[in-house]
Design a binder for this molecule. Structure first.
Ligand SMILES: C[S@@+](CC[C@H](N)C(=O)[O-])C[C@H]1O[C@@H](n2cnc3c(N)ncnc32)[C@H](O)[C@@H]1O
Length: 251
């Protein structure tokens, strides 16, 4: 995976009198050290705000009758989006959470026991402590929320992961992901030419998928830094490569 020197400061599920909350105060030096230590995969200057978390989780909001829903979150960090998703889970819904960083996995697992919202849904949440590239996803997710820092990745890897998501979604399923505003301008100013070029290529890959599968995007200003959220829809039919004709999935 290509690296982008993005320093990260993320808020852990901090202890409070009411239990732990991802919206608590910053988690201190130990956490800052951890965030800096894993800057390549963390790729953030702050955990997502509840506004950004809510926008990412929007496909799960009640908008009519829905059956049991399977949700996948990738790159949970300290869990602000996990918590938002957990609060929206119905009794028959399931949330799988993939996180590569073992320190964040510890925070999440503790949160399942001690955070009020996460603990309430803990029986429906499964944490998978792996890189998404090492997870064999079954094609059964209605909603995927990706929090991966794509701009720190190699362009080809971004395409591979987006293909993995689209293959794991049920027909017509929804993917949301975000990127921070202004990163391209910052890369132009501060990065080497090679890094700036890699960043442009990643942007081109993301634009291509948004063009093909996008169903909307919006800006969340109440986040540090402000972010753009994209929504992609898996096609309602799959194109079978052998016959090059739409095939409707059964079962
Ligand atoms: C930008 S942070 C987002 C964290 C949190 N969801 C939030 O919104 O505040 C990206 C997260 O993706 C995780 N991550 C990076 N690469 C990953 C991979 N290949 N598989 C799974 N998680 C990954 C990082 O460890 C980090 O927790």
């Amino acid at each position: 995976m290509a690296a982008g020197p993005t320093v990260a400061v993320m808020t852990p599920l901090t202890s409070t009198a009411r239990g732990t909350s991802p919206e608590g105060p910053l988690g201190g030096l130990a956490f800052l050290r951890e965030a800096v230590h894993s800057f390549r995969t963390t790729g953030a200057i702050a955990p997502s705000s509840r506004h950004l978390a809510a926008r990412l989780a929007a496909p799960l909001r009640p908008g009519g009758v829905r059956g049991p829903t399977r949700v996948l979150e990738v790159g949970a960090g300290t869990g602000p989006v996990t918590r938002e998703l957990a609060g929206l889970l119905g009794p028959a819904d399931r949330l799988d959470v993939v996180e590569i960083n073992p320190r964040f996995v510890d925070v999440l697992e503790r949160g399942l026991r001690t955070d009020r919202v996460l603990a309430t849904a803990a029986d429906r949440i499964r944490i998978i402590p792996k890189s998404i590239t090492d997870v064999d996803l079954e094609p059964r997710y209605d909603v995927i929320v990706s929090c991966l820092p794509f701009t720190n990745f190699a362009p080809r890897q971004v395409g591979t992961i987006l293909d993995q998501y689209l293959a794991a979604l049920v027909l017509g399923g929804t993917l949301t992901y975000f990127g921070y505003l202004g990163t391209q301008a910052a890369r132009r100013l501060f990065d080497s030419r090679a890094e700036a070029a890699r960043h442009r290529e990643v942007a081109a890959v993301l634009a291509e998928y948004a063009e093909r599968y996008g169903s909307g995007s919006s800006t969340v200003w109440a986040n540090v830094p402000p972010a753009r959220v994209w929504t992609l829809r898996a096609p309602a039919t799959r194109i079978h490569p052998a016959v090059a004709a739409p095939v409707t999935e059964t079962g």
